[in-house]
Design a protein around this ligand. Structure first.
Ligand SMILES: [Zn+2]
Ligand SMILES: [Zn+2]
Length: 94
């Protein structure tokens, strides 16, 4: 079965924007967005305003790695599979 690394349908929705802490009522509904980081693909909850501004919280390397692994869990794949899928995405981008 092919897994789409960019699929957010199984990612749990967070209670508040991870950038500004807004619960989404003032600036539009929270969205789960995909972020392509040097350590892999991760998902993040952002409000409408932050999504439009392409704002996101800065994240240390260990946190980013942890978040990449969490997103693997959402997709039901392991880190090796995610890395291969990420490599394939980068190839396709070229
Ligand atoms: Zn926000
Ligand atoms: Zn996820």
């Amino acid at each position: 079965m092919a897994v789409d690394l960019l699929d957010t349908r199984r990612c749990p929705l967070k209670p508040a924007c991870e950038n500004c802490g807004e619960d989404g009522n003032a600036t539009g509904p929270l969205r789960t967005v995909i972020v392509d980081t040097p350590v892999g693909i991760l998902c993040m909850a952002l409000c409408g305003g932050c999504t439009d501004a392409e704002a996101m919280p800065s994240m240390g390397y260990p946190t980013a790695v942890d978040r990449v692994l969490q997103h693997c869990g959402h997709l039901g794949i392991d880190a090796d599979q995610a890395e291969r899928l990420h490599d394939a995405l980068r190839e396709a981008d070229r």
